[in-house]
Design a protein around this ligand. Structure first.
Ligand code: HEM
Length: 496
């Protein structure tokens, strides 16, 4: 009887807490139009994506900075502010405790989720390893991976008929970049792991874990998700299960590596970290953070690149011409040296990430009160975000044609022209600039060199409209990118 009473009272108090939280969640406590629209999701009547609504607000703000009061969030698309946050006053804008709390269950103490010495140590270790990513050897590895893992998947989807076949390109790129990052950074062949479930389940769990972690940041009070987590219900229960799957696989990766480490003098990122630490929990965090860094970003960048290319045949044909002229072959890969000559391709890749940056916005927390260069006052503890997605669409930065996909804007007299990184913080900028930029660019170019000359891609039901994204840490196209793929040679024969 007593135990029944205790259970009843616990259930009752838990239900009351949930009801109060749901009430608080739905009740606007700032009456300004922007907060009202955020809390009631009114913005979604006019915009497909939250980032498009923010872009609209930023474009119309004289200072290019806005405030979402209910999130205590200042968001800017002003390059001078971005430089201030990422470089000039870097010490005042760490990731902060709030951020590490939100992502702590998934990212632990990995490089993306820490500041200070813990960050600097991992950055130094990783930069030693990632320097190798621009070597001829690394290029041969990516090429091997493209030829043996990626192209066969597309060939088999294309079949031998002139109608081609159907495939989800986003899914293919995620699998490809995941396998490649595991091989390059952890010296690991995923097929050798002998898991009790398919690798795709790990991928799905990883995606779910990042999506649900990101959703925590969108809630108006951390109390909401913390209570769900405390009682292990709703999205927090799903997040816990997804992280359990991720941890299970990562544990196998560590075990596998430990076995091999005694036999070979392994030089990859994971062995480097294992030489200095035996702490499984830290090694787990290293692996998860680098998978996030190298898998989702590259896959996202490739997905939007190919989506844009299918909608811009003139760009596709210029890339093919440049490739053919550089390699003197119709379907050849450029060599490591020739790749540096592919300036139009380099421009097209940068241009696609200008419009569709894989990380659409990035946030820091102010340690002390501050004033941004545009005069915006920042109170201690405020979340300050900059928004590469909106910045790519600002007339003030890119001119009147900012919404157009024009690779030429990156070329001056045929030479690739690097932009100021604070205007184009797609790889971030300043002290925490991305360590994998060159590796990512090389991977993307190699994928394009492999796919474009061999396959013709057509987006299913494309009306040339905009992409819709899932909320998450990296830009993920909602429901994937379904395409029809056909072998160019077969299509050519059929049309002759
Ligand atoms: C197109 C692909 C990529 C894009 C757009 C990109 C973008 C970014 C951005 C925006 C950040 C800052 C994130 C933050 O601090 O919140 C970052 C950091 C980082 N990226 Fe990348 N990245 C890409 C690919 C890669 C790859 C392939 C690697 C290699 C594994 C990598 C390694 C890293 C690392 C280690 C950091 C942390 C740097 C630090 O905090 O000091 N990235 N990247």
């Amino acid at each position: 009887m007593v135990s029944f009473l205790i259970t009843f009272l616990m259930t009752l108090s838990f239900s009351i807490i949930i009801i109060i939280l749901l009430f608080l969640k739905s009740k606007p406590y700032c009456t300004c139009d922007v907060c009202h629209s955020y809390l009631n999701s009114n913005w979604s009547k006019q915009y497909n994506n939250l980032c498009d609504w923010y872009t609209h607000l930023l474009q119309n703000s004289p200072s290019q900075t806005i405030h979402i009061h209910v999130l205590a969030n200042t968001i800017t698309a002003n390059p001078k502010n971005v430089e201030h946050i990422l470089k000039t006053n870097f010490q005042n804008y760490p990731k902060g405790k709030q951020f590490s709390m939100i992502l702590g269950d998934l990212l632990g103490k990995g490089i993306f989720n820490v500041d200070g010495d813990a960050w600097l140590f991992q950055r130094k270790m990783a930069s030693l390893e990632l320097r190798k990513s621009m070597s001829k050897n690394a290029f041969e590895n990516v090429k091997f991976h493209v030829e043996n893992r990626l192209l066969p998947v597309l060939s088999s989807a294309a079949g031998s008929g002139k109608d081609g076949g159907f495939i989800d390109l986003q899914c293919v790129f995620r699998r490809f970049s995941f396998e490649y990052i595991c091989r390059f950074l952890f010296g690991l062949d995923l097929d050798s792991l002998e898991l009790p479930f398919p690798v795709s389940r790990f991928s799905d769990s990883f995606d779910l874990a990042t999506t649900l972690s990101a959703k925590r940041a969108m809630s108006t009070s951390p109390m909401i998700w913390k209570t769900y987590r405390r009682f292990n219900v709703g999205s927090e229960r799903k997040l816990k299960e997804a992280i359990r799957d991720v941890n299970f696989v990562v544990e196998r990766v560590i075990e596998n590596k430990k076995k091999k480490l005694g036999f070979t003098k392994n030089q990859d990122l994971l062995s480097r970290f294992m030489e200095v630490s035996n702490d499984h929990s830290f090694l787990r965090d290293v692996i998860v953070n680098f998978i996030l860094a190298g898998r989702d970003t590259v896959a996202s960048a490739l997905t939007s690149f190919f989506w844009l290319i299918t909608n811009h045949p003139e760009v596709e044909s210029r890339i093919l011409t440049e490739l053919e002229q550089t390699t003197n072959q119709k379907q050849g890969f450029a060599t490591f040296e020739q790749m540096k000559e592919l300036r139009y391709l380099q421009a097209a890749i940068h241009e696609s990430m200008r419009l569709y940056p894989p990380i659409q916005f990035d946030s820091k927390f102010a340690v002390e009160n501050d004033t941004l260069p545009d005069g915006t006052l920042v109170r201690k503890g405020t979340k300050v975000s900059f928004h590469p997605y909106a910045m790519g669409r600002m007339e003030t930065i890119w001119g009147k044609d900012c919404k157009e996909f024009k690779p030429e804007r990156w070329l001056k007299d045929g030479v690739f022209n690097h932009e100021n990184p604070f205007k184009y913080p797609v790889f971030q900028a300043g002290f925490r600039v991305c360590l994998g930029k060159e590796m990512a660019l090389m991977e993307m170019k190699t994928v394009v060199m492999g796919i474009l000359p061999r396959f013709k891609l057509r987006v299913v039901n494309s009306d040339g409209g905009e992409l819709r994204f899932e909320p998450g840490l990296t830009a993920t196209v909602k429901n994937g990118l379904p395409i029809i793929v056909g072998e160019r040679e077969v299509l050519q024969l059929a049309s002759d």
